[in-house]
Write a protein that binds this ligand. Structure first.
Ligand code: GLC
Length: 679
C-alpha cells in the first residue's frame, strides 16, 4: 500500500508518475514535527535501513547522517555526507516488517539514520514543502517494486552500452583515439565504446569540436563504428561565455540561463572559464538545450555522458571579488603582500560549490521563479532529462546511451548514472559493490563506477580485481583522470591476457546480464540485490555487505583487498561455485551452505550459481553486435533448471513484444549443453 502525505507547499519534482490521494492519518510509528520539516521513528535493534542511492558507507545505511545535496566531491570518504546524487528513498526492514519512505523535496534533506541516537531515524527538510510517500506491504523485494512502480520505468540503454568501454580524461586527438581502438584490437580485447572527455571540444565549449585535433568527428565516429566501437562524448552543464558562440548567444537572447536576482545571467567558472548555466528547470530552456545535442547526433554520435551538473562551480564572480576585497583589506591593514596572499590560502580552498553561490541565482520553473538552493537537487537530473526528452523527439524508435554524474529520483527515467570521481583505492572497489543495491532501489539500474579508479595511480592487481567485479555491472567503463597512471588494459603485458579473458567473459555472459537487466527494468525490479533481501530470515545473510546477487541466478563475492589470494564467502544456501580461468574454460564445484574460504587467483573470475537456476552463455564476440543468441551454452545447477531469457534487437523500443521472452531448460542431469530457442 502506498500513502501520500503533504506538508506546506511541495514542489512537484515529477519524480512520481501518476496521482495519489493525500492521506490523513499517519501511522502511529511515525512522528511529524515542525509542520512537516521533521519526520522521525524508532529503529528496532534488528531493523536494517537500505536505500539513499549514491552514498558512502554500507548497504545497510544505519549509523551515519547523510545529506541529500548534490555535490561535486571527489573524495568519497567515509566522512562524506553527500555525493553527486540526491536519492531520498529508504527502506526499513526486518523479518517482521518492511516499510519504504520517499521524501519528495528538491532542496536539502538530512537523513539521520541512527547517528544521533542509535535507535532513531530522523529526516529533516529545509524547504517550503514536502510530500512524503509511505510504502508498506510484503518484504523488501515487494516494497522495492512498489516504490519503483511509483516512480516509473528506469532508463533502458541500447544493448551495445553493455559492452566494455575505455575512457580517459586526456585523449587529445582523433589519432590518439584511433590508436586506443587499434591497441585493443591488436590485444584481442573486445571493446564497444571509447569515451571522449572534454578534450574533444574547442575551448571546452559544449556542442563544439576542436577542428585541429578532431578534424572530422563524423568520419571518426563512422570509421570506429565499422570496427564495432562507438564514440561517446561528454557534455558539461556550463556554457562558455564567449561572443560569437551560438549556444551562449542564443541562451542569453532567449533568457534561457539561470539568472541573478536582477534577471541578468548568473556567471560561474568551470572548465571553460566563465560560464552560464542553462535553466533546465524551465521546460522551454530544457527543450532548447536538449536540441543542441543534435549537433553531435547528426555526426553519427549515439551516446553521451553529462557532467559537472550538480552544478559544480569552481568559483563565482562574487566569490572572487570578495576574495580580492579581503586581499586588499589585508594589504591596507599593513600586512606585507606575501603575508596577505598567504592568509588567503584557506579562503581559496573554500571557493568551490558555495552555498552563498547556490543562493544567488534563480530558475524560471513551472511553479514560478525559485532560488536555486530550494531546488538544487533537481539540476543535474534535469540536464539528463533535457537530453533524454530531446532524444525521444529526435529518434523516437531508437535507444541512445545517456548517463549523468548528478541525478535525482525521477531522472532515472531518462538516463543512467556513473558514480563520479572515485579513486584507485581498494576501498572504492568495495564501495562500488556496496552502492549498487541503493542505486537500484532508487531506480538507477544502468550504473557503475569508474573501473580501476579515476583519481590517483592505479595498480595492476587492483585493476584485475576491479575488472572481475566490472564484468557483472551494467555500465562497464574504465575511466581515469589526466595525469594519473594509464589504465588501458593493453598496457599491462603481464595481465593483458587475463584482462582479455575477463572482458571476453563479459561478452559470453551478455545474454544473461542483458536479460536480467531488461527484466528488472520492465518489471520494476532490482538487478543487484543484497543477500538480506533474499534471505531475510537468515541472520548471517542479513549482515553480508560484500557480496551481491546479480539477477536471479548469480551471486558474486569479489576480492577487494590487496595481496589477498582469496576471501571468505558466505553461502546462504547450497550453491555451485563456477570458476573461469579463461572465457572458454571453467570449473565447477558444489558447496554447502555456510562460510567457505575461496581462493581466487588474480586472473580468475568466480561466481556462485543458485540451485534450480541457470546462466545462458553466448559464444562471445569482439563487440556486442557480434554477440548472438543463436547458440547458447546453458550453465546450470540442478535438474530441471529453467530460465526466462530476454533477447530483442537491442536498439528498438518495442520492449514488451512476447517474442522477446523465451524459456530455456537445462537437461535433466543439469549438465552443460546447447539449446535455443527453448519453450
Ligand atoms: C569531472 C568528471 C570526470 C572527468 C573530468 C574532466 O571530474 O567527473 O569524469 O574526467 O571532470 O572532464
Amino acid at each position: 500500500m502506498i500513502r501520500k502525505y503533504s506538508y506546506g507547499v511541495p514542489y512537484d519534482t515529477e519524480a512520481v508518475v501518476g496521482a495519489y490521494e493525500i492521506g490523513m492519518d499517519l501511522p502511529s510509528w511515525l512522528t511529524v514535527e515542525e509542520e512537516g520539516r521533521r519526520f522521525s521513528c524508532l529503529l528496532a535493534e534488528e531493523e536494517q535501513v537500505f536505500g539513499l542511492g549514491e552514498q558512502v558507507r554500507g548497504m545497510n545505511k544505519r549509523g551515519w547522517r547523510y545529506v541529500s545535496w548534490c555535490s561535486d566531491d571527489p573524495y568519497h570518504l567515509e566522512t562524506a555526507r553527500s555525493l553527486y546524487g540526491a536519492h531520498n528513498f529508504l527502506m526499513i526492514t526486518s523479518p517482521d516488517r518492511t516499510v519504504g519512505l520517499f521524501v519528495e523535496d528538491p532542496g536539502r534533506v538530512t537523513f539521520d539514520v541512527g547517528y544521533t541516537r542509535r535507535d532513531r531515524l530522523t529526516i529533516e527538510t529545509e524547504g517550503d514543502g514536502t510530500a512524503l510517500y509511505l510504502i508498506e506491504g510484503g518484504g523488501p523485494l515487494e516494497v522495492a517494486k512498489m516504490f519503483r512502480q511509483l516512480i516509473g520505468r528506469s532508463y533502458i540503454p541500447p544493448r551495445w552500452a553493455f559492452g566494455y568501454g575505455q575512457s580517459r580524461w586526456s585523449y587529445f586527438s582523433a589519432g590518439e583515439v584511433k590508436a586506443v581502438a587499434e591497441e585493443y584490437r591488436k590485444a584481442g580485447i573486445p571493446l564497444d565504446m571509447i569515451y571522449l572527455d572534454i578534450d574533444y571540444m574547442e575551448s571546452y565549449k559544449d556542442f563544439t569540436v576542436n577542428g585541429e585535433t578532431f578534424p572530422d568527428l563524423g568520419a571518426l565516429a563512422a570509421e570506429l563504428k565499422e570496427q564495432g566501437v562507438r564514440l561517446v562524448p561528454i557534455i558539461d552543464a556550463g556554457v562558455k561565455v564567449e561572443e560569437g558562440y551560438p549556444v551562449y548567444e542564443e541562451g542569453v537572447q532567449k533568457g534561457y540561463f539561470c539568472e541573478n536576482e536582477d534577471g541578468t545571467p548568473f556567471t560561474g567558472a568551470v572548465w571553460p572559464g566563465w560560464v552560464h548555466f542553462p535553466d533546465v528547470l524551465n521546460p522551454a530552456a530544457r527543450a532548447w538545450f536538449g536540441d543542441w545535442y543534435r549537433v553531435l547526433l547528426d555526426r553519427g554520435i549515439e551516446g553521451f555522458w553529462n557532467d559537472m551538473n550538480e552544478p559544480a562551480i569552481f568559483y563565482s564572480r562574487a566569490r572572487l571579488d570578495a576574495l580580492e576585497g579581503e586581499r586588499r583589506d589585508a594589504v591596507a591593514a599593513g600586512k606585507p603582500a606575501r603575508e596577505a596572499l598567504a592568509s588567503l590560502q584557506e579562503p581559496v580552498k573554500q571557493l568551490s560549490n558555495r552555498l552563498e553561490d547556490y543562493r544567488s541565482f534563480w530558475h524560471n520553473t513551472p511553479a514560478g521563479r525559485l532560488r536555486h538552493d530550494k531546488v538544487h537537487n533537481l539540476y543535474g537530473g534535469s540536464m539528463t532529462r533535457a537530453a533524454g526528452e530531446a532524444f525521444v523527439r529526435y529518434a523516437p524508435d531508437k535507444r541512445l546511451l545517456l548517463f549523468s554524474r548528478s541525478s535525482y529520483i525521477g531522472s532515472h527515467r531518462y538516463g543512467g548514472i556513473w558514480t563520479g570521481d572515485n579513486y584507485s583505492w581498494w576501498s572504492h572497489l568495495l564501495l562500488n559493490l556496496k552502492m549498487m543495491p541503493g542505486l537500484n532501489l532508487c531506480g538507477f539500474l544502468y550504473t557503475g563506477a569508474d573501473l580501476c579508479g579515476f583519481g590517483g595511480d592505479t595498480t595492476e592487481d587492483l585493476m584485475l580485481r576491479w575488472m572481475a567485479l566490472g564484468v557483472f555491472l551494467p555500465l562497464m567503463r574504465n575511466h581515469s583522470a589526466m595525469g594519473t597512471r594509464r589504465q588501458e588494459l593493453y598496457r599491462y603485458p603481464e595481465s593483458r591476457k587475463a584482462f582479455g579473458e575477463m572482458v571476453k567473459l563479459r561478452y559470453r555472459l551478455l545474454p544473461y546480464l542483458y536479460s536480467e537487466f531488461m527484466k528488472a527494468a520492465l518489471r520494476d525490479e532490482l538487478y543487484a540485490r543484497p543477500l538480506a533481501f533474499l534471505f531475510p530470515e537468515d541472520p548471517m545473510a542479513r549482515e553480508v555487505e560484500d557480496q551481491l546477487f546479480i539477477g536471479e541466478s548469480i551471486m558474486i563475492a569479489p576480492v577487494y583487498t590487496q595481496n589477498a589470494g582469496g576471501r571468505y564467502v558466505y553461502l546462504p544456501e547450497r550453491m555451485k561455485l563456477v570458476r573461469f580461468r579463461t572465457a572458454e574454460t571453467w570449473e565447477e564445484e558444489v558447496l554447502d551452505k555456510g562460510h567457505h574460504y575461496i581462493p581466487v587467483a588474480l586472473d580468475e573470475v568466480v561466481f556462485f550459481l543458485r540451485e534450480g537456476h541457470l546462466v545462458p552463455l553466448s559464444d562471445g564476440g569482439g563487440c556486442v553486435e557480434a554477440v548472438t543468441a543463436d547458440r547458447l551454452t546453458l550453465l546450470a545447477f540442478g535438474e530441471g533448471a529453467a530460465y526466462e531469457f530476454y533477447w530483442d534487437d537491442g536498439v528498438g523500443v518495442d520492449y514488451e513484444a512476447p517474442e522477446h521472452f523465451k524459456w530455456l531448460h537445462a537437461g535433466t542431469s543439469g549438465e552443460v549443453f546447447h539449446e535455443y530457442p527453448g519453450d
